[in-house]
Design a protein around this ligand. Structure first.
Ligand SMILES: [Zn+2]
Length: 281
């Protein structure tokens, strides 16, 4: 007795053949003999679906056809990844060590308005000018005056405001210097807070009187670094110390004016400085 196959299953068989399934595969799927499948194919004229070579290649690489990782393979990949992560962490740690071993920390400060613009970027400076106009408008509104806009104001007025803002940045390096305060200090970089701070190096601090340089040594031992280029020793002055050909022009200060505030440098030196030299700074 031949097996009775309903029509729907032969429709499936024809579709499988079109998709490239083998005769044996179809026979297994339908639970019939290969001969039966062959005779149906010949009688009904089944044809394979045409696929281009490119489609065949794409089909061969379908994600669902890639093989599942075995547990062993998964473990191996995990081990390799862990090793890679450990190597990366070690490289980072070593790079950090190298950085920590450096006795100095480079700083960049701007000397002029162009330097400020280069440091901040033009669009940031433009934003600051906009903010400044906003401030101006708050004042104008209080006074019952019409608002002004950076876009409509005269170009010279805009340029003047911009120059003023840039100059303000340059001035800030010495803006907070208190003429009453005569503390001499050395600028150090604190690697823990990533900030520059002012270490007092006068006799009354940190046993400086008993052992010169002890204040700096104490912090250097904790990983603090000397800032280079060397910055002015005046408290709250953030200028570089003036140098020429590797020599300090003003004993580690930025200017004769700030040198003059040093409470320990001999009076003769200060007296020897002309007022015109003072005015130049
Ligand atoms: Zn200074």
């Amino acid at each position: 007795m031949p097996k009775v196959i309903d029509q729907e299953r032969w429709v499936l068989a024809r579709r499988l053949y079109g998709e490239g399934e083998s005769l044996a595969g179809i026979a297994r799927a339908l639970d019939v003999s290969v001969t039966s499948v062959t005779s149906h194919r010949n009688k009904e004229g089944w044809v394979r679906d045409e696929i281009t070579e490119a489609q065949a290649v794409v089909a061969a690489f379908k994600p669902e056809q890639t093989h599942e990782l075995t547990d062993i393979e998964r473990e191996r990949f995990a081990a390799v990844e862990a090793e890679l992560a450990a190597t990366r962490a070690e490289a980072e740690r070593l790079a950090g060590l190298v950085e920590e071993q450096k006795p100095t920390y480079e700083v960049k400060i701007y000397d002029n308005p162009e330097g400020v613009e280069e440091y901040l970027g033009t669009s940031r400076v433009d934003d600051l000018v906009d903010l400044a106009f906003g401030q101006i408008n708050i004042e104008r509104t209080k006074q019952g005056l019409e608002r002004i806009s950076p876009k409509t104001v005269a170009p010279e007025a805009y340029a003047a405001k911009r120059a003023e803002i840039l100059q303000d940045f340059v001035d800030r390096r010495t803006k907070w210097v208190n003429p009453e305060s005569l503390v001499r200090c050395v600028k150090l970089y604190n690697p823990h807070t990533k900030t520059i701070w002012q270490c007092p190096v006068e006799d009354q601090f940190n046993n400086e009187k008993g052992s010169q340089g002890s204040a700096l040594r104490r912090y250097k031992d904790k990983g603090h670094k000397l800032v280079t280029p060397y910055m002015c020793q005046r408290f709250n002055c953030w200028n570089y110390a003036a140098q020429e050909d590797g020599k300090y022009l003003f004993e580690g200060y930025c200017s004769p004016a700030h040198l003059a505030t040093d409470p320990y440098i001999s009076g003769e030196r200060k007296q020897g400085m002309t007022t015109s030299a003072m005015a130049a700074y």
